[in-house]
Design a protein around this ligand. Structure first.
Ligand SMILES: [Fe+2]
Length: 308
């Protein structure tokens, strides 16, 4: 049975032509998995799916992980991570952008990237959607790599880049801080939300995808900190900063990114070893519920920095 594909804007595909509630043949499972590696971002619409089915469907792509933020885990289904907005907890993820109050906005990132061992992937299913805003952006960093000129590719092969975890957005060096003000309840330290104080994680600037072998530009704006010992590779500190600025702008180009406007029941699966994502957030008080399952990362792509 052939699945039906429809390209999303710029990157990713919508996959239809199967019923998630009917037993899926090994052939369809293999086809879904290879589509995941081929396109990195898959959208499924109009599937009538229960939490049990979401968990079962996610397992096609690998063993599932229990997210470290245990507070948000569904009691009944420990594999489900419930992202919920519209309540009292919103104040912790509220900030101001050009004077406007926004809940739940997140810069481009890969999940658990700061641990050097990112998740393999994740699947989001929208239960309650925001009428306006609340988009999730996805960016394909294999395509972003392919589009670089040969000279840049050659330079990047030699370089490593460090990511420094921090709670405060204004401490991040490569996010757009223009017009940004933290909210009064924005966490200030990792311990405020029960996180350990993570050491820096270092990655080759070009990571080879462990399964597909595609080259991935390992640049995401969130927590991006510095090139490791740039002078050893003929770059001054200033040049290395300008290089990172140029690469961050490149990864965010419209040709490598897709912004998903959620409809109730939509599911999006992405390959977190290749695709970055972000959220645009909503106005305060907007109800939004997303159930998320996470596919375990069984490969360490970077290294935790103990000495430089
Ligand atoms: Fe995320």
């Amino acid at each position: 049975m052939a699945l039906t594909l429809q390209a999303l804007d710029n990157v990713g595909v919508e996959v239809s032509g199967f019923d998630i509630n009917k037993p899926l043949t090994e052939e369809i499972k293999a086809e879904l998995t290879s589509l995941w590696y081929e396109h990195a971002i898959l959208l499924f619409r109009d599937q009538d799916i229960s939490p049990e089915k979401q968990i079962e469907f996610s397992r096609i792509f690998g063993p599932l992980e229990i997210h470290p933020l245990k507070v948000n885990i569904s009691e009944q289904y420990p594999e489900l991570f419930v992202l919920e907005n519209g309540g009292e907890k919103d104040k912790f993820s509220t900030a101001y952008y050009h004077g406007e109050e926004v809940v739940g906005r997140l810069d481009w990132h890969m999940d658990l990237h700061y641990t050097a061992r990112p998740n393999h992937g994740a699947l989001l299913r929208a239960l309650v959607v925001a009428e306006e805003d609340g988009l999730t952006g996805f960016g394909d960093l294999a395509k972003a790599y392919d589009a670089l000129d040969e000279k840049t590719k050659e330079l990047l092969e030699k370089l490593e880049v460090a990511y420094s975890f921090s709670m405060q957005r204004r401490h991040m060096r490569y996010v757009d801080l223009e017009g940004y003000e933290p909210g009064p309840y924005s966490p200030k330290n990792p311990t405020d939300i029960g996180f350990p104080d993570f050491a820096d994680a270092v990655y080759p600037m070009v990571v080879t995808h462990p399964v597909s072998g595609r080259k991935v530009l390992e640049i995401v704006e969130q927590f991006l900190d510095r090139v490791i010992t740039p002078q050893q590779f003929g770059l001054s500190n200033d040049e290395s900063i300008e290089l990172l600025e140029r690469l961050v702008a490149h990864t965010k180009s419209p040709e490598f990114t897709y912004f998903h406007k959620w409809r109730e029941g939509d599911m999006v699966l992405w390959d977190n070893w290749r695709a970055m994502h972000c959220t645009t957030g909503t106005k305060p008080g907007v109800k939004r519920i997303i159930n998320r399952t996470t596919i375990e990362g069984d490969v360490t792509l970077g290294r935790v920095l103990t000495a430089e």
